[in-house]
Design a protein around this ligand. Structure first.
Ligand code: NI
Length: 389
């Protein structure tokens, strides 16, 4: 494939950048070293502008093409996860308890590779804005960069993102129009009962029994309130109460997450969860309250841009290797904030069938994706910002 060959000479160098990032993982907004490495490379490539400190530790590089045209934003994420790495690779994390288990090291390296190529060749009319964001894993780094003026300051017209996808071969792309990833909200349920001796429950008001009833009833929201043709998840993931086997505790605290693929369903689940918590609690004689925090919205690809991104992927790997009707995932992704503000699309790129799951201690980004991913970015730019001939 001639387009992939653009990166044949660069792939090893880019893989070395990736492995260096892998050895030095940073979490959330603490991507200080990573941001410094990114900024240094962008300057070295000859970007027209390199700006740091957008959205705290975000970095932006600007490359102007050979002629005027619109502005396209390409986004990579830089942050790692609090996981103790077990890959056994020679480039294993040097920081105990932190690792790049979601492949953001690969995303950053691939966008840097594309930047190097684009800064050298500039075979496009318009402007490319390279966006390197911190805190994708729960910190809302994309939102922080938007709030810091990212989209207006650099005049971004369209935005594109990419995530590697284990379980699918390198050279396979997956995308869809509309909702592709879920809204991801968090909640805390506080159950205030009355503590006492476990042998005399009638003199207490047991928050564990009440909390258990709330957990069970909450599942009926998905089963009985949400339209069966829609997707929703309510997961209670922690339940803390009590200190000893002979004490009924005073209170219990539960936390969890809600995922949906449509704003209306998200509203419905939030409302019903509030009612279930309060009223089931009342039925058990406890005071149960819900604190619900909206985090990432539904990631919804714009139709024209999803079609376009699929076309670009097909130019790299062939139409038969592009699934344009990918199954949505209930995972969340803060690129969703960018797609709320600008047209664009987010694509999944297969990273290998044998690669461990994202967020697993054995996961390692497969460097074979580098030439494919870099080619996708550069082809996207040269197509979206094609020069008049
Ligand atoms: Ni990720």
């Amino acid at each position: 494939m001639p387009i992939v060959n653009r990166f044949a000479d660069l792939a090893d160098e880019i893989a070395a950048w990736r492995r260096d990032l892998h050895e030095h993982p940073e979490i959330g907004y603490d991507t200080v070293r990573t941001a410094a490495v990114v900024a240094e490379r962008l300057a070295e490539f000859g970007c027209d502008e390199v700006v740091t400190g957008i959205g705290r530790t975000g970095v932006v590089g600007v490359i102007k093409g050979a002629g005027a045209g619109p502005t396209v934003g390409l986004r990579a994420d830089m942050d790692a996860l609090p996981i103790l790495e077990k890959t056994g690779k020679t480039w294993t994390s040097k920081v105990d308890g932190k690792m790049h288990a979601c492949g953001h090291d690969g995303h950053t390296a691939m966008l840097l590779g594309a930047a190097k190529y684009l800064a050298e060749t500039r075979k496009f009319a318009g402007t490319v804005v390279l966006i390197f964001q911190p805190a994708e894993e729960g910190g809302g780094g994309a939102k922080a960069m938007i709030d810091d003026g990212l989209l207006t300051r650099f005049g971004i017209d369209r935005v594109f993102g990419m995530h590697n996808w284990p379980g699918q071969p390198v050279g396979k792309f997956m995308i869809r129009t509309g909702p592709q990833m879920a809204s991801a909200d968090r909640f805390t349920i506080t159950v205030e009962g009355l503590g006492g001796h476990a042998a005399r429950p009638h003199l207490s008001c047991d928050p564990i029994v009440a909390g258990s009833a709330i957990v069970t009833a909450a599942q009926a929201i998905v089963g009985r309130n949400v339209d069966p043709n829609e997707a929703a998840v309510v997961s209670v993931t922690t339940f803390h109460a009590g200190t000893a086997d002979n004490i009924i505790p005073q209170s219990a605290t539960l936390t969890g997450t809600v995922r949906t693929l449509r704003a209306e369903v998200r509203d419905l689940v939030e409302e019903r969860l509030g009612q279930v918590v309060e009223q089931v609690g009342a039925a058990y004689g406890v005071k149960a309250t819900l604190a619900y925090r909206r985090d990432y919205p539904v990631l919804s690809n714009h139709e024209v841009d999803a079609q376009f991104a699929g076309d670009v992927a097909a130019m790299i790997v062939g139409e038969q290797n592009v699934d344009r009707n990918a199954t949505p995932t209930m995972g969340g992704e803060d690129f969703a904030f960018m797609l709320e503000e600008r047209p664009g699309a987010f694509i999944f790129a297969g990273v290998g069938e044998d690669v461990a799951n994202l967020h697993n201690e054995s996961y390692d980004f497969n460097d074979e994706l580098i030439p494919v991913g870099c080619s996708y970015w550069t082809q996207l730019v040269e197509t979206a910002l094609a020069r008049a001939t």
